[in-house]
Design a binder for this molecule. Structure first.
Ligand code: C2E
Ligand code: MG
Ligand code: MG
Length: 303
Protein backbone atom coordinates (compact mmCIF):
# COMPACT_ATOMS: atom_id res chain seq x y z
CA UNK A 1 0.00 0.00 0.00
CA UNK A 2 2.97 2.37 -0.02
CA UNK A 3 5.28 3.64 -2.71
CA UNK A 4 8.80 2.27 -2.81
CA UNK A 5 11.44 3.97 -4.90
CA UNK A 6 13.89 1.52 -6.38
CA UNK A 7 17.24 2.46 -7.88
CA UNK A 8 19.75 0.22 -9.63
CA UNK A 9 23.47 0.22 -10.41
CA UNK A 10 24.61 -1.45 -13.61
CA UNK A 11 27.98 -2.86 -14.62
CA UNK A 12 28.57 -3.58 -18.28
CA UNK A 13 31.35 -5.85 -19.56
CA UNK A 14 32.10 -6.81 -23.14
CA UNK A 15 33.19 -10.27 -24.21
CA UNK A 16 36.30 -8.93 -25.99
CA UNK A 17 37.78 -8.21 -22.53
CA UNK A 18 37.21 -11.74 -21.19
CA UNK A 19 38.44 -15.21 -22.04
CA UNK A 20 35.42 -17.02 -20.62
CA UNK A 21 32.04 -16.45 -19.03
CA UNK A 22 33.47 -16.47 -15.51
CA UNK A 23 35.81 -13.61 -16.28
CA UNK A 24 33.06 -11.77 -18.16
CA UNK A 25 30.77 -11.89 -15.13
CA UNK A 26 33.59 -10.86 -12.80
CA UNK A 27 34.33 -7.85 -14.99
CA UNK A 28 30.68 -6.87 -14.99
CA UNK A 29 30.72 -7.21 -11.21
CA UNK A 30 33.75 -4.93 -10.87
CA UNK A 31 32.04 -2.34 -13.06
CA UNK A 32 28.89 -2.58 -10.93
CA UNK A 33 30.90 -2.03 -7.73
CA UNK A 34 32.49 0.98 -9.33
CA UNK A 35 29.01 2.31 -10.16
CA UNK A 36 27.96 1.82 -6.53
CA UNK A 37 31.13 3.37 -5.18
CA UNK A 38 30.56 6.52 -7.18
CA UNK A 39 27.12 7.03 -5.71
CA UNK A 40 24.92 4.35 -7.28
CA UNK A 41 21.98 4.74 -9.67
CA UNK A 42 24.29 4.74 -12.67
CA UNK A 43 25.81 2.64 -15.42
CA UNK A 44 29.55 1.95 -15.58
CA UNK A 45 31.36 0.06 -18.33
CA UNK A 46 34.25 -2.20 -17.35
CA UNK A 47 37.73 -0.90 -17.95
CA UNK A 48 40.85 -3.09 -17.45
CA UNK A 49 42.29 -0.37 -15.15
CA UNK A 50 39.61 -1.35 -12.62
CA UNK A 51 41.67 -4.39 -11.70
CA UNK A 52 44.58 -2.17 -10.68
CA UNK A 53 42.24 0.11 -8.72
CA UNK A 54 40.74 -2.84 -6.88
CA UNK A 55 44.17 -4.25 -6.08
CA UNK A 56 45.27 -0.85 -4.76
CA UNK A 57 42.15 -0.60 -2.60
CA UNK A 58 42.78 -4.06 -1.19
CA UNK A 59 46.39 -3.15 -0.36
CA UNK A 60 45.16 -0.07 1.52
CA UNK A 61 42.52 -2.11 3.37
CA UNK A 62 45.19 -4.62 4.43
CA UNK A 63 47.43 -1.79 5.52
CA UNK A 64 44.63 -0.24 7.60
CA UNK A 65 44.02 -3.53 9.39
CA UNK A 66 47.75 -3.80 10.14
CA UNK A 67 47.78 -0.21 11.39
CA UNK A 68 44.94 -0.97 13.82
CA UNK A 69 46.81 -4.00 15.12
CA UNK A 70 50.27 -2.50 15.50
CA UNK A 71 48.97 1.00 16.39
CA UNK A 72 50.84 2.84 13.66
CA UNK A 73 48.12 5.49 13.46
CA UNK A 74 48.86 8.85 14.94
CA UNK A 75 46.73 11.88 15.69
CA UNK A 76 47.81 15.38 14.84
CA UNK A 77 46.05 18.32 16.45
CA UNK A 78 45.09 21.66 14.95
CA UNK A 79 44.04 24.58 17.18
CA UNK A 80 40.62 26.23 16.94
CA UNK A 81 40.79 29.79 18.25
CA UNK A 82 38.34 32.45 19.27
CA UNK A 83 39.03 36.13 18.54
CA UNK A 84 39.92 38.82 19.52
CA UNK A 85 41.37 37.02 22.58
CA UNK A 86 43.22 34.49 20.44
CA UNK A 87 42.36 31.85 23.05
CA UNK A 88 42.59 28.26 21.89
CA UNK A 89 39.06 26.99 22.47
CA UNK A 90 39.60 23.55 21.03
CA UNK A 91 41.75 21.26 18.97
CA UNK A 92 40.71 19.06 16.07
CA UNK A 93 42.25 15.59 15.98
CA UNK A 94 43.29 14.64 12.44
CA UNK A 95 44.36 11.12 11.63
CA UNK A 96 47.83 10.44 10.21
CA UNK A 97 49.09 7.14 8.88
CA UNK A 98 52.43 6.08 7.50
CA UNK A 99 52.58 2.52 6.25
CA UNK A 100 55.86 0.66 5.89
CA UNK A 101 54.90 -0.56 2.41
CA UNK A 102 52.57 2.13 1.12
CA UNK A 103 54.32 5.16 2.60
CA UNK A 104 52.56 8.25 3.89
CA UNK A 105 48.80 8.10 3.29
CA UNK A 106 46.31 10.96 3.58
CA UNK A 107 42.91 10.68 5.22
CA UNK A 108 41.12 12.04 2.15
CA UNK A 109 42.33 8.88 0.38
CA UNK A 110 42.16 6.17 3.03
CA UNK A 111 39.03 7.18 4.97
CA UNK A 112 36.69 6.57 2.00
CA UNK A 113 38.37 3.18 1.45
CA UNK A 114 38.00 2.34 5.14
CA UNK A 115 34.32 3.31 4.91
CA UNK A 116 33.83 1.00 1.96
CA UNK A 117 35.31 -1.95 3.81
CA UNK A 118 33.67 -1.74 7.22
CA UNK A 119 36.85 -1.00 9.22
CA UNK A 120 36.04 2.67 9.59
CA UNK A 121 34.03 1.97 12.76
CA UNK A 122 37.12 0.52 14.45
CA UNK A 123 39.26 3.41 13.24
CA UNK A 124 36.77 5.97 14.55
CA UNK A 125 36.66 4.20 17.89
CA UNK A 126 40.46 4.31 18.12
CA UNK A 127 40.41 8.03 17.26
CA UNK A 128 37.76 8.87 19.87
CA UNK A 129 39.57 6.95 22.61
CA UNK A 130 42.98 8.33 21.72
CA UNK A 131 41.73 11.95 21.52
CA UNK A 132 39.92 11.68 24.87
CA UNK A 133 42.95 10.17 26.55
CA UNK A 134 45.10 12.98 25.14
CA UNK A 135 42.73 15.66 26.43
CA UNK A 136 42.90 14.04 29.88
CA UNK A 137 46.72 14.29 29.75
CA UNK A 138 46.52 17.95 28.71
CA UNK A 139 44.12 18.76 31.54
CA UNK A 140 46.29 16.89 34.03
CA UNK A 141 49.33 18.89 32.99
CA UNK A 142 47.43 22.21 33.07
CA UNK A 143 47.14 22.80 29.30
CA UNK A 144 44.07 25.00 28.73
CA UNK A 145 42.33 23.32 25.78
CA UNK A 146 38.65 23.03 26.60
CA UNK A 147 37.50 20.64 23.94
CA UNK A 148 38.79 18.11 21.46
CA UNK A 149 37.03 17.53 18.12
CA UNK A 150 36.97 14.21 16.32
CA UNK A 151 35.78 13.34 12.82
CA UNK A 152 33.25 10.54 12.57
CA UNK A 153 32.81 8.63 9.34
CA UNK A 154 29.44 7.96 7.78
CA UNK A 155 29.47 4.26 8.68
CA UNK A 156 29.80 5.05 12.36
CA UNK A 157 26.87 7.44 12.30
CA UNK A 158 24.51 4.88 13.80
CA UNK A 159 23.13 3.75 17.11
CA UNK A 160 26.52 2.41 18.27
CA UNK A 161 28.13 5.84 18.36
CA UNK A 162 26.70 6.98 21.69
CA UNK A 163 28.10 3.96 23.55
CA UNK A 164 31.56 4.43 22.03
CA UNK A 165 31.84 8.09 23.01
CA UNK A 166 30.30 7.49 26.44
CA UNK A 167 32.93 4.85 27.21
CA UNK A 168 35.80 7.02 25.96
CA UNK A 169 34.64 9.94 28.12
CA UNK A 170 34.04 7.80 31.22
CA UNK A 171 37.37 5.98 30.95
CA UNK A 172 39.14 9.31 30.94
CA UNK A 173 36.88 11.02 33.47
CA UNK A 174 35.92 13.74 31.05
CA UNK A 175 32.61 15.65 30.99
CA UNK A 176 30.52 15.49 27.81
CA UNK A 177 31.33 19.10 26.93
CA UNK A 178 34.99 18.07 26.45
CA UNK A 179 34.12 16.37 23.17
CA UNK A 180 32.91 17.68 19.84
CA UNK A 181 31.87 15.22 17.16
CA UNK A 182 32.29 16.40 13.55
CA UNK A 183 30.15 14.84 10.85
CA UNK A 184 30.10 15.86 7.21
CA UNK A 185 27.03 17.18 5.52
CA UNK A 186 27.12 14.37 2.95
CA UNK A 187 27.33 11.68 5.65
CA UNK A 188 24.26 13.04 7.40
CA UNK A 189 22.28 13.43 4.22
CA UNK A 190 23.07 9.94 2.88
CA UNK A 191 21.13 8.21 5.64
CA UNK A 192 19.22 11.07 7.17
CA UNK A 193 16.96 9.17 9.59
CA UNK A 194 19.67 6.99 11.14
CA UNK A 195 22.09 9.93 11.33
CA UNK A 196 19.52 12.16 12.98
CA UNK A 197 18.81 9.56 15.66
CA UNK A 198 22.51 9.00 16.37
CA UNK A 199 23.18 12.73 16.60
CA UNK A 200 20.18 13.37 18.81
CA UNK A 201 21.38 10.63 21.16
CA UNK A 202 24.85 12.10 21.59
CA UNK A 203 23.58 15.65 21.84
CA UNK A 204 21.25 14.57 24.61
CA UNK A 205 24.38 13.47 26.48
CA UNK A 206 25.74 17.03 26.22
CA UNK A 207 28.31 16.39 23.50
CA UNK A 208 28.77 19.09 20.89
CA UNK A 209 27.96 18.19 17.27
CA UNK A 210 29.51 20.11 14.37
CA UNK A 211 28.49 19.89 10.73
CA UNK A 212 31.82 19.68 8.86
CA UNK A 213 32.60 20.86 5.32
CA UNK A 214 29.41 22.90 5.45
CA UNK A 215 28.21 24.08 2.07
CA UNK A 216 29.83 21.36 -0.05
CA UNK A 217 27.13 18.71 -0.08
CA UNK A 218 24.58 20.40 -2.33
CA UNK A 219 21.84 20.32 0.30
CA UNK A 220 19.52 23.20 0.99
CA UNK A 221 20.52 25.61 3.75
CA UNK A 222 17.13 25.49 5.41
CA UNK A 223 17.31 21.69 5.63
CA UNK A 224 20.80 21.71 7.09
CA UNK A 225 20.27 24.22 9.84
CA UNK A 226 17.38 22.12 11.17
CA UNK A 227 19.61 19.10 11.73
CA UNK A 228 20.47 18.29 15.36
CA UNK A 229 23.78 20.18 15.42
CA UNK A 230 25.38 22.92 17.53
CA UNK A 231 27.96 24.24 15.11
CA UNK A 232 28.53 24.76 11.42
CA UNK A 233 32.06 24.48 10.09
CA UNK A 234 32.18 26.51 6.91
CA UNK A 235 34.29 24.67 4.35
CA UNK A 236 37.56 26.24 3.33
CA UNK A 237 36.42 26.50 -0.29
CA UNK A 238 34.35 29.51 0.83
CA UNK A 239 37.33 31.29 2.35
CA UNK A 240 39.27 32.15 -0.79
CA UNK A 241 36.38 33.88 -2.60
CA UNK A 242 35.67 36.31 0.26
CA UNK A 243 38.70 38.41 -0.55
CA UNK A 244 38.08 38.14 -4.28
CA UNK A 245 34.52 39.25 -4.93
CA UNK A 246 31.41 40.51 -3.21
CA UNK A 247 29.44 37.34 -4.00
CA UNK A 248 31.90 35.35 -1.94
CA UNK A 249 31.34 37.67 1.00
CA UNK A 250 27.57 37.58 0.58
CA UNK A 251 27.45 33.77 0.74
CA UNK A 252 29.44 33.61 3.98
CA UNK A 253 27.35 36.43 5.43
CA UNK A 254 24.15 34.54 4.61
CA UNK A 255 25.44 31.34 6.24
CA UNK A 256 26.57 33.17 9.38
CA UNK A 257 23.29 35.08 9.73
CA UNK A 258 21.15 32.00 9.23
CA UNK A 259 23.25 29.97 11.67
CA UNK A 260 23.00 32.67 14.33
CA UNK A 261 19.23 32.93 13.94
CA UNK A 262 19.11 29.17 14.56
CA UNK A 263 21.46 29.63 17.54
CA UNK A 264 24.30 27.71 15.97
CA UNK A 265 27.95 28.69 16.35
CA UNK A 266 29.99 29.20 13.20
CA UNK A 267 33.54 27.93 12.84
CA UNK A 268 35.49 28.57 9.67
CA UNK A 269 38.21 26.25 8.39
CA UNK A 270 41.18 26.95 6.17
CA UNK A 271 41.99 30.51 7.26
CA UNK A 272 45.45 31.16 5.84
CA UNK A 273 45.89 34.94 5.75
CA UNK A 274 45.31 37.90 8.05
CA UNK A 275 43.16 39.54 5.42
CA UNK A 276 40.80 36.53 5.30
CA UNK A 277 40.68 36.44 9.08
CA UNK A 278 39.77 40.12 9.43
CA UNK A 279 36.99 39.84 6.86
CA UNK A 280 35.58 36.70 8.45
CA UNK A 281 35.55 38.43 11.82
CA UNK A 282 33.61 41.31 10.30
CA UNK A 283 31.09 38.77 9.00
CA UNK A 284 30.50 37.47 12.53
CA UNK A 285 32.26 34.09 12.45
CA UNK A 286 32.69 32.75 16.01
CA UNK A 287 35.84 30.62 15.83
CA UNK A 288 38.70 30.10 13.42
CA UNK A 289 40.87 27.26 12.25
CA UNK A 290 43.62 27.28 9.66
CA UNK A 291 47.30 27.52 8.87
CA UNK A 292 47.29 31.16 10.05
CA UNK A 293 46.82 29.93 13.62
CA UNK A 294 48.60 26.60 13.38
CA UNK A 295 48.97 23.60 11.10
CA UNK A 296 47.90 20.17 12.29
CA UNK A 297 50.87 19.13 14.39
CA UNK A 298 52.08 16.03 16.19
CA UNK A 299 51.95 16.08 19.97
CA UNK A 300 55.61 16.86 20.43
CA UNK A 301 55.06 20.27 18.86
CA UNK A 302 52.02 21.12 20.99
CA UNK A 303 52.63 20.25 24.60
P1 C2E B 1 38.29 18.09 7.82
O1 C2E B 1 37.71 17.43 9.02
O2 C2E B 1 37.48 19.15 7.18
O3 C2E B 1 39.70 18.63 8.30
C1 C2E B 1 40.29 19.80 7.84
C2 C2E B 1 41.32 19.53 6.79
O4 C2E B 1 41.81 20.78 6.30
C3 C2E B 1 42.55 18.79 7.32
O5 C2E B 1 43.05 17.97 6.26
C4 C2E B 1 43.52 19.94 7.61
O6 C2E B 1 44.87 19.54 7.58
C5 C2E B 1 43.20 20.87 6.47
N1 C2E B 1 43.50 22.27 6.79
C6 C2E B 1 43.42 22.88 8.00
N2 C2E B 1 43.73 24.20 7.91
C7 C2E B 1 44.02 24.43 6.62
C8 C2E B 1 44.43 25.63 5.88
O7 C2E B 1 44.57 26.71 6.43
N3 C2E B 1 44.62 25.47 4.55
C9 C2E B 1 44.47 24.28 3.91
N4 C2E B 1 44.69 24.23 2.59
N5 C2E B 1 44.09 23.14 4.56
C10 C2E B 1 43.87 23.22 5.89
P2 C2E B 1 43.44 16.45 6.50
O8 C2E B 1 44.08 16.29 7.83
O9 C2E B 1 44.20 16.00 5.29
O10 C2E B 1 42.05 15.71 6.59
C11 C2E B 1 41.20 15.65 5.48
C12 C2E B 1 39.84 15.10 5.87
O11 C2E B 1 39.94 13.71 6.22
C13 C2E B 1 39.23 15.78 7.09
O12 C2E B 1 38.63 16.99 6.70
C14 C2E B 1 38.25 14.72 7.56
O13 C2E B 1 37.06 14.78 6.81
C15 C2E B 1 38.98 13.43 7.21
N6 C2E B 1 39.61 12.92 8.45
C16 C2E B 1 40.77 13.30 9.05
N7 C2E B 1 40.99 12.60 10.18
C17 C2E B 1 39.92 11.76 10.32
C18 C2E B 1 39.54 10.78 11.31
O14 C2E B 1 40.20 10.55 12.32
N8 C2E B 1 38.36 10.09 11.08
C19 C2E B 1 37.58 10.34 10.00
N9 C2E B 1 36.45 9.63 9.86
N10 C2E B 1 37.89 11.26 9.06
C20 C2E B 1 39.06 11.96 9.21
MG1 MG C 1 36.76 17.95 10.60
MG1 MG D 1 36.11 20.30 6.91
Amino acid sequence: GSTVNVAASFGIARSVDAVDSVELLRNADLAMYSAKASGGSRVVTYDPAMHEETAHRLRIQDGLRRALEDSSFELHYQPIVSLPSGNVVGAEALLRWEDTKLGRMFPDVFIPIAEGSGISAEIDEWVVREACSQLRKWWDSGVDIKQVSVNISRRQLSSGLAAVVRRALDDNQLPARALCVEVTESAVVSDAEQAREALEEIRAMGICVALDDFGTGHSSLSYLVRLPVDQLKIDRSFVLPITEDSNGTAIVQAIVDLAHVMQLKVVVEGVETREQCLMLRELGVDSFQGYLFGRPAPLAQIS
